[in-house]
Design a protein around this ligand. Structure first.
Ligand code: EPZ
Length: 427
């Protein structure tokens, strides 16, 4: 397993370009199952989860010609309507093929995604919504089985504004008979990007980006080209890296209006954050001030930035209270940050961070995608060397992160292979 080794202390300076948003790319790729002609999707991030989704589409009989960040996709036939356990267990977002499969082919069998490090992550709202649309949904031997001659439009209320739940049901509703209304829908930019792609293909969707989405079913979609939006979480991660190292970082190719909650928190912590049309620049002139933050569904402060901001607060002046309201156990990075000398106390859904002058490098272990990003951010400022193991978590959602951070002046390298067979990859 690869490891990433960082020698902390260098202020990061310069510009870095973000990749396409993983969490927009995954539903957009899954939506090609709805068929109707060739789609060309560009600005796909070259991350493991996208490779996994392309593999899954291939298993289902979708023709995918992927090269680099571009994929030409057509789904005129179907080979299977089953998303197998071996694949789903590596990426829970595979559940995004459920809605399109039932809507297009009348049936689907998707392995029930297990929990993960950050929580149980149920999909009950996906299933209840599909049932409302007229699908017969059962769970047998660890698989979700859904069947429907033709889905019928319905009014669906989501108890929580689930992102992939909203996406699954919006996709399913595209080919349903009649109108579907999704209430308490997720408002994330990735939902809006999926809707934009579907609308280009002839879907009749209004309200994406609000908590009330209306979909008028159509008999079929057509092909379209689409460029995936930039990854707002990758962009936020680089800003946090610039902040914690006392640097001056300009993130290019991002959409500042997708990142207002993060920019606002960084300004509150004392950083100078200026926005261009498609860029955000952060200049650090002092140690961060401790600020409180609470994660919420969009447009609230994103849970996917919680670990990275906690790392920053570890070296802040003063105390910050970080409250995680979206997932029930998204503090798994805390024990690892403590190994680096951070002073953090967890009380239920709150983490109380008492900022310290410095943190020190240590061998730490990644446990999920964003926790890994938080450890990398901490390592950039830690005194001495930090070795982050199990970086396969990181590779699921970050493209060439060590190269991008190296380009900003970080002393960072990837060590390939297991213990003893280390080969250092220069960045
Ligand atoms: C999406 O996950 C993202 N993944 C996550 O990003 C992100 O953290 C999350 O949204 C919240 O923003 C993708 O888009 C692929 P949810 P998702 O359904 O859709 C509860 C990353 O690091 N819930 O919005 O799975 C659930 O338990 C990943 O890129 C139900 O109770 O999250 C959670 O508490 C991590 N029943 C809350 O809703 C359901 O049927 C929000 O979950 C569905 C969700």
């Amino acid at each position: 397993m690869d490891r990433i080794v960082i020698t902390g202390g260098n202020p990061l300076r310069g510009t870095v370009r973000v990749s396409g948003a993983k969490n927009a790319a995954l539903p957009i790729l899954a939506s090609t199952i709805l068929g109707g002609g060739e789609c060309v999707i560009t600005n796909l991030p070259r991350v493991v989860d996208v490779v996994t989704m392309v593999k899954l589409l291939g298993l289902l009989g979708v023709a995918v010609k992927a090269e680099g960040s571009r994929a030409a996709i057509s789904a005129e036939t179907v080979r299977s309507t089953e998303a197998p356990y071996e694949l789903v267990k590596t990426m829970r977002a595979s559940v995004l093929v459920l809605g399109p499969l039932v809507s297009r082919w009348g049936e689907a069998a998707v392995s029930l995604p297990g929990g993960c490090a950050i929580g149980t992550r149920p999909v009950n709202l996906h299933l209840a919504g599909l049932a409302k649309l007229g699908a017969e949904v059962t769970i047998e031997h660890g698989y979700i089985r859904a069947k429907a001659k033709r889905l019928r439009g319905a009014r669906i209320y989501l108890d929580t504004p689930t992102v992939t739940g909203t996406e699954n049901l919006m996709m399913a509703a595209c080919l349903a008979e009649g109108t579907t209304v999704i209430e308490n829908a997720a408002r994330e930019p990735e939902v809006v990007d999926l809707a934009a792609f579907l609308i280009k293909r002839g879907a009749r969707i209004t309200g994406a980006g609000s908590d009330l989405i209306t979909v008028e079913g159509v008999p079929a979609l057509r092909g379209a080209d689409h460029e995936v939006i930039p990854d707002r979480i990758e962009a936020g991660t680089f800003l946090a890296a610039g902040a914690i190292t006392g640097g001056d970082v300009c993130v290019e190719g991002c959409l500042p209006n997708h990142m207002e909650a993060v920019s606002m928190k960084l300004r509150e912590a004392g950083f100078d954050v200026t926005e261009g049309k498609e860029s955000i620049r952060l200049k650090a002139s002092r140690r961060p001030k401790g600020v409180d933050m609470k994660t919420f569904a969009y447009p609230g402060f994103p849970t996917d930035m919680q670990a990275q901001m906690m790392a920053l607060m570890c070296v802040a002046e003063g105390t910050s209270v970080i409250t995680e309201t979206v997932f029930e156990s998204r503090f798994i990075h805390v024990p690892e940050l403590r190994r680096m000398g951070a002073d953090i106390k967890v009380e239920g859904s709150h983490a109380v961070v008492n900022g310290t002058e410095k943190i020190t490098g240590a061998p730490v272990m990644a446990s999920d995608l964003r926790a890994s990003a938080g450890l990398i951010v901490a390592g950039l400022a830690a005194e001495g060397e930090t070795e982050v193991s199990r970086v396969y978590h990181l590779d699921r959602g970050y493209e060439r992160i060590e190269e991008k951070l190296g380009g900003l002046g970080a002393v960072i390298r990837r060590v390939r292979g297991g213990a003893g067979s280390a080969v250092t990859v220069a960045t």
